[in-house]
Structure formats: structure tokens, C-alpha cells
Ligand binder design. Structure first.
Ligand code: SF4
Length: 260
């Protein structure tokens, strides 16, 4: 999702300068720049951490809910099977791109029964633009065949059963359980959720499974699916990777990574 127009170039340079980097047009030697940037980042980071109170999960949720009252899954689907297909396709691909190919895929293969018998070459052609299309085709067909063979063509409702399906990991299972079935089994941790969790001081972990465990300990279970949507919305619209809009961010008062 793209955000509205603003002077990103100017602010990007300003933010970079605050972090100890350089604005466009400034020159330093790569060696000096690397050392200086790392040192100032550490300095800025420790100053901000000590000056700000820790992020309170309840206040964070409240702020983000107010900001994004319509936060929800960006994938377009009509049932659990379609969401499962769309989530498999979304690996290493934008939701917008997935939403472009799924109308054709779902029209051609509306249920697991049709998809289980699909010609792989046909599915590959339909989903090609989402990347990794050969592996994704194998996952889609394997998943559909397993649904037909083991679950009567229905999508199962437990983490354990979902994770046994080809191409389905914990993240995909969380998306399906939380959005198609309103079951908060875990927190979906994608790149936005992982990145924001670290920036906000909610987790220091890089491993999505460890980040998820920490988030599950901090937030009420009934909020887990929504929490993921809220962080993803914020990551797309304000806390943008490599150019966070801290001066426009409602969390800047409490965020330990704020540049303002
Ligand atoms: S203050 Fe900046 S780094 Fe922190 S969440 Fe907001 S945009 Fe991201």
C-alpha cells in the first residue's frame, strides 16, 4: 500500500542526519561514515531509551486502534480456502499483487476439489507474477489434495492440522485461524510486525517465532489477530522501513527508536 505524497526526500535526509548518517549530497569516506553512523546510532538509541518511559502494550493498542479503526487483512478472500491460497501466494510478494491474481485462480479453481486436480502448468501461469511460482504451485496443489484426502475438502481449524498441510507454516496458519475463523491461536509475525516490535522495544528477537512468543505474553489473546493488522498498517503508512515518519507518528513520545 502506498502512502500519500509528502516531502520524503527532505525528511529522509533529516532523519538520516539525526541517526548519524548523511543527507543526499553530503560526502564522507565509506570507512569513516560506517564508524560514525554506528557510533551515533548507539548514542542516539541509548539517549532515547533512557529519556522515554517504556511502551505500555495497552496504550499502544489503544493508540493504534484509534488511528486504524478499519485495520484488517489486506488479502481479498471469501472463505477459509481462498484465504489459505492467498496467504500461501503472499510469501515474498505484496498483498496487492496477490489480489491481482487470485480472482482468476479462484474463478478457475473455486474449491479444493478442482484445485487438487489442476494442471500444474495452468496454475503456474496464473500465479507467475507472485514469484517462486513453481514452489507455490506445488504447495497449492499439495494443500488442496490434502484437504480433499484428509478433511473432506474443508479447511481444518487447528494450528496442528493446518501446519501439516504442504506450504503452511505457523505464520500462514495464524493468518487463516485469526481471520477466517476468528481464532486467536497466535500473532502473525511478518516483516512489518517483527521490525516494529524491535523498534518499539517489544522484542529484541530476530526469529519471528520468538517475537511471536513475546508478543503473546504482552497482549491479551483476544487482540492477537488485530494487533498484527495494526502493526502492519502502521508499518506501511508511518513507520516505513528505512524512512520512518517519526515526526508524524502518534507513538513518538514513547517509542525508544523515535528520531524526534
Ligand atoms: S516513532 Fe518512528 S521508529 Fe517509532 S514507531 Fe513511530 S515511526 Fe516508527
Amino acid at each position: 500500500m502506498k502512502t500519500g505524497g509528502r516531502a520524503d526526500g527532505r525528511r529522509g535526509g533529516e532523519a538520516e542526519r539525526r541517526r548519524g548518517g548523511r543527507a543526499v549530497g553530503e560526502t564522507t569516506s565509506p570507512a569513516t561514515r560506517g564508524k560514525t553512523t554506528a557510533a551515533l546510532k548507539r548514542k542516539s538509541s541509548s539517549r532515547n531509551r533512557s529519556a522515554r518511559p517504556p511502551v505500555r502494550p495497552s496504550a499502544l493498542l489503544s493508540d493504534l486502534k484509534q488511528l486504524y479503526p478499519d485495520a484488517k487483512c489486506a488479502l481479498v478472500y471469501r472463505n477459509a480456502f481462498e484465504l489459505l491460497c492467498a496467504t500461501i501466494l503472499s510469501a515474498q510478494c505484496t498483498d496487492a499483487r496477490v489480489n491481482m491474481v487470485t480472482p482468476v485462480l479462484f474463478a478457475r479453481y473455486p474449491t479444493p476439489f478442482e484445485l487438487a486436480q489442476a494442471d500444474p502448468a495452468d496454475v503456474e501461469e496464473i500465479i507467475k507474477s507472485t514469484g517462486f511460482f513453481r514452489n507455490k504451485t506445488k504447495s497449492l496443489l499439495g494443500m488442496a489434495q490434502a484437504l480433499v484426502a484428509d478433511y473432506g475438502g474443508e479447511v481444518p481449524r487447528t494450528m496442528e492440522e493446518l501446519r501439516k498441510l504442504p506450504g503452511v507454516g505457523r505464520k500462514t496458519a495464524n493468518v487463516v485461524l485469526g481471520n477466517a475463523f476468528d481464532l486467536n491461536e497466535g500473532v502473525t509475525v511478518d516483516t512489518h510486525v517483527g521490525r516494529l516490535s524491535r523498534l518499539l522495544g517489544l522484542s529484541a528477537e530476530e526469529d519471528p517465532v520468538k517475537v511471536e512468543q513475546e508478543l503473546m505474553g504482552l497482549f491479551p489473546q483476544e487482540e492477537w489477530a488485530l494487533l498484527s493488522h495494526l502493526l502492519i498498517f502502521h508499518g506501511r503508512q508511518v513507520c516505513i522501513a528505512r524512512r520512518p515518519r517519526c515526526s508524524d507518528c502518534v507513538l513518538s513520545r514513547v517509542c525508544p527508536s523515535s528520531l524526534v
